[in-house]
Design a protein around this ligand. Sequence first.
Ligand code: NDP
Length: 290
Amino acid sequence: MSTTPVTVIGLGPMGRAMAAALIRAGHPVTVWNRTASRADELVAQGATLAATPADAVAAGELIILSLTDYPAMYDILGPATDGLAGKTLANLSSDTPDASREAAAWTEKHGGAFLTGGAMVPPPMIGTPDAYVFYSGPRELLDEHEPVLKVIGEPRYVGADHGLAQLFYQAHLDVFLTSLSSLLHATALITSAGVPAADFLPGALKTLTAIPAMIGTGHELAESLEKGEHPGDLNTAIMMGATAEHIVRTSEAVGVDVGLPEAVKSQYDRAIAAGRGTENWTALYEVIKA
Ligand code: NDP
């Protein structure tokens, strides 16, 4: 059992799951949340509810933040900066890479140290062997706090730049959110014909898992994107672009939102207009980067 005292600030579903995992691992855990009642279950499990953010900061060597965004961190810790000297903040909240860089500079100005974290699993998976968290900031700081942080999920270090863990988090969420929206859009298309969603969604999930089968481990795709070479005539931009247009027209015909398929179609249109129509669909990368 570790005795490193840890503070968790922000008790949404993620912060509660993190604090519960840390309590289970035997850490003395202090918590603080704007809405104090969200701490009730954790207090019953052994956490200490701090009366103020300053008390919460004083109680932990490591202060884990799990908030909606970074402005919330300043709202909470702005009046408690006197206690930050010698403390490490690990902010596992979503925001922009620049927000993480600015927060690191702000914390360091007040004598503290800062790690950016991006938790890659939903609350029920926190503390399980499948959980992982991207971190960036000083490597030695992560090494120092790894025994505590690994309780939440396997730490994956992505670099010294404080913005990087946020960027990795966002890039993964970019894939995730777009895929989730596409599932809902596609289901709306299907149900517009009176077909139950259940007749469609299990098959649609197989389409999602067919993507790795199509593009392999990602290494070949990475090489092609890095070289700017897009050989292959099985899935050309012209062929895929025509399908993208059909999805837009079908969506319009049945009165389903066209925002997502129009964005996809526009990428194909621009790749074809740039003379890349007979290249592999990966040529879209050239117009997306631009
Ligand atoms: P919630 O939105 O449920 O919780 C947010 C927390 O932030 C609450 O404790 C809330 O306090 C607090 N908060 C927000 N604004 C302020 C403010 N201005 N001042 C003080 N406190 C504030 O989020 P989650 O727990 O779901 O997520 C936390 C972070 O983890 C987010 O950045 C999210 O993107 C990320 N994440 C979430 C995942 C998920 O599946 N939920 C998965 C991976 C990452 P109060 O209770 O008083 O409202």
